[in-house]
Write a protein that binds this ligand. Structure first.
Ligand SMILES: Nc1ncnc2c1ncn2[C@@H]1O[C@H](COP(=O)(O)OP(=O)(O)OP(=O)(O)O)[C@@H](O)[C@H]1O
Length: 427
């Protein structure tokens, strides 16, 4: 394995992905992890990433393994310790070559990290961990929880029960699609919960975005707990935690309940042992595992969708009418983006209902109706994003269809700001 020691910035993840793509296993840690831990990991090489100005434990240089630094500022370290460093503003093809040469020529590691192999080992590992026990999984239909659930299902079959909550904030047809997929294709034990009214009641009159998220998160936990208490003998909780979540939470080795910045999270005091089969994987690797497990391309490459769903795309108070409008407009938008063949290059594209009504005219009469906002961005990891240059003809078609097909809408606007300073979602 290769150890990446992170001195800040995002480079460590990019380097990590390049190492993994080269079929070599690696782990990322803050630069100041203990020498004991490094020795325990027994790495075949170490990569410093980021602004390596800080003191590093000098013992690292006595390990007798290859060490490189990646970042313009690493020069300082090279002067001090005589290691190879590479200046790179942003990681690109050159970086790939530098890393590959380091791995295969200097450290002489063998490319052995393979997703098929991972799937086999992981299924075996889950069987060993759970044995004849029973597990539960909150399934959102998103990539992470879906892949985790399918993997665990391969290992323990009917001893896994999945819970999918319809909070009324899902996209058009989403409930039916997720339900039929997991029930029919995978024949999973799936509990679907219609909690639409519960969520909408709790959200009545609430306009503050943070409050909305909190209410959705708390209600989600309550629904999940209720379902789980109806089942007997559950000892394990399956979570779709992936490696970037682990790094974010400090990269510790202990199981942490994923803190769902979106959904609010599952209760911290659960008496379950966690099963997190994707803990070591980057997002692209999760997708590859999904493909190996036979999850259709469309689901595996599904665009990110926030846990609180359309709840954060209806600005201000959420009502059923507004949800219906944004749901229909979003459906038209997605349909046209797909027809135009743009769905693979655009990272995320969706409709928003800002809390605005404006004057329009229809068949000679004045109207006073809602505005729909369209948002589409290019991004690699969601950390930064550029607004998508959708051809004007496509935008025109989308706008025409929305005002014609969606009731109560008389205006469509396109968001042309990037992140930063905007965020991808509006709330
Ligand atoms: N409607 C839902 N029904 C059941 N579980 C859900 C639902 N929404 C979210 N979850 C659970 O909460 C977790 C976190 O949701 P969030 O949308 O923040 O996740 P994510 O990191 O994008 O993961 P995923 O790709 O699995 O959706 C999901 O992985 C899933 O376990």
């Amino acid at each position: 394995m290769i150890l990446i020691l992170d001195f800040g910035g995002k480079c460590s993840r990019i380097a990590g992905r390049i190492v993994r793509e080269s079929k070599v296993y690696c782990e990322i840690y803050p630069y100041d992890i203990s020498m004991e831990k490094i020795k325990e990991k027994n790495p075949q090489g170490i990569i410093f990433t980021g602004n390596a100005k800080e003191e590093v434990n000098k013992e690292i240089f006595n390990l007798g393994i290859g060490i490189i630094g990646l970042d313009s500022e690493n020069n300082l370290l090279s002067e001090k310790y005589n290691i190879k460093t590479y200046e790179n503003e942003s990681y690109n093809d050159d970086t790939k070559k530098i890393i590959k040469d380091f791995l295969f020529e200097e450290c002489k590691v063998k490319p052995y990290w393979d997703m098929k192999d991972f799937v086999d080992k992981s299924i075996k590992g889950i069987k060993e961990q759970i044995g004849n026990g029973k597990a539960i999984c909150a399934l959102s239909g998103g990539v992470d929880s879906s892949v985790a659930a399918v993997l665990v299902h391969e290992a323990i079959g009917d001893n896994l029960t999945c819970v999918f909550v319809d909070h009324g904030l899902l996209r058009k047809n989403e409930f039916e699609e997720v339900e039929s997929f997991f029930r029919e294709k995978y024949n999973m034990n799936l509990i679907t919960v219609d909690a639409k009214d519960r969520f909408l009641n709790k959200l009545k009159g609430v306009t503050d975005p943070e409050k909305k998220r909190k209410i959705i998160g708390e209600e989600f936990i309550r629904v999940f707990e209720e379902e789980q208490s109806k089942l007997n003998d559950i000892d394990y909780l399956v979570q779709g935690t992936i490696y970037p979540d682990v790094i974010e939470s400090g990269g510790d080795e202990n199981a942490v309940v994923k803190s769902h910045h979106n959904v609010g999270g599952l209760p911290e005091d659960v008496n379950f042992e966690l099963v997190e089969p994707l803990r070591q994987l980057f997002k692209d690797e999760v997708r590859e595992v999904g493909t190996i497990l036979g999850i259709p391309e469309e689901a595996v490459n599904r665009q990110p969708f926030p846990g609180p769903g359309l709840g954060v795309r209806v600005l201000g108070e959420i009502t059923e009418e507004k949800l219906e409008i944004v749901r229909e407009a979003d459906y038209v938008f997605r349909d046209e983006i797909k027809k135009a063949g743009l769905h693979k290059e655009i990272w995320q594209y969706f409709a928003i209902l800002p809390n605005i009504k404006s004057v329009g005219v229809y068949e000679g009469k004045r109207t006073y109706n809602y505005t729909i906002g369209l948002r589409a961005v290019y991004s690699i990891d969601g950390m930064t994003a550029q607004w998508a240059k959708i051809p004007l003809e496509v935008l025109e078609k989308i706008s025409n269809r929305i005002v014609n097909e969606v009731d109560h809408v008389n205006r469509v606007v396109y968001d042309i700001t990037s992140k930063p300073p905007s965020t991808i979602e509006w709330e």
